[in-house]
Design a protein around this ligand. Sequence first.
Ligand SMILES: [Fe+2]
Ligand SMILES: [Fe+2]
Length: 402
Amino acid sequence: MRATTDLDGLGLDDGGHLLVQRALEPLPAGGRLTVTGSHPALRVHLAAWCREHGHRVTEASAGGGETTGPGGPVEIIKGTAGEQRWRHAKRAGAADGPPDERADPRWGLAARGALVEAGGLPIGAEWTEREHVWADIAPRLYAAAAASQWDPATAVDWTATLEVPDEIERAVVQLMTYLVENEQAALIIPARLLSQLHPHFREVMQLLATQAADEARHVEVFTRRGLLSGGPLGTSSAGGRASLQTLLAEPDFTTASFLLSVLGEGTFLDLLRFIHEHAPDKVTADVARLAVRDEARHVAFGVAHTAHLVAADKSYLGVLRQSVERRHSALLDTAGLNTEVFDSLVLLAAGSWEPAAISRGWRAVRDLQASMDEGRRRRLAYIGFPDDEAAELSALHTRNFM
Ligand SMILES: [Fe+2]
Ligand SMILES: [Fe+2]
């Protein structure tokens, strides 16, 4: 098979090789390409380029006759290097379809659907099986997350006047201090899961990235509200931190997502709604409202992913159960919730130190705990736990809420 291409005055060092490459592409190995052009160094450069790319320049073209002189045609015989290079290449799944059941570590960072040249180091990802990271809702949740990113500087009116009685303000500051601590754990966990996830599961990777970004904003707005009256921040209890640290240590993708998102962030939905409802000022109400919207997505993924895995493997309920029990025993000797946080919730709902108000606040916090428990049981039942087991596991959930 033969072909010709004319480079006109274009040199190989000015992009002429692209024309040669394009003309060689349809030829089989051994096919001949005649290159014409008037660049004075064309022959010399072509010879060097062909050596580098495994093609040959024919004897005839280097000789005399019509082809003599710098502007004469040069004949190239196509080599086999190009074909060899892609012989063992494989597609990394399908770009527009769902991810494959198993992501090959040798695909590494290749885009899903790319033709992957063989060779290269495998990626050191921990999670390469779809069932262990996936939920069908992930692409939609990522799209919703991308569309719902808000700017902490403008989404909250930070200049709104703060007319909160000192003692109530101290309760708000304590709650904000506690929230920041929890948000920091909630940021680190998806970031850690993300770093060990095979990028073939693109939508989960993107979703975890937006989740970490959401938590970064929550850390910011809660810190900012905590400092709004001039600081300092409140206290951090050893028990609260111990509870969060057990989450950081959870080694498995699904149990980490289950403990953090289904049980912890699920419980936080009620907590944030409570703070929103009883907020003594607009800034507190706004930061709680903005955070709860994001948290709803985090919970939705945790629930959907856990249910997805359980649907494929019923025995996984046992693994989930053990993760709750293990965490419960690890935290047995800790105080659980910071008492200052509990008291702040009561005071927030009471609005004053009047005995009747405190009684109202106390009841409100008791109702809050009941609705947290009910929410956990509902989510556990959705995942597949029988009602009695769901109630049992909900009761074992950390007193720190997260
Ligand atoms: Fe958050
Ligand atoms: Fe979250």
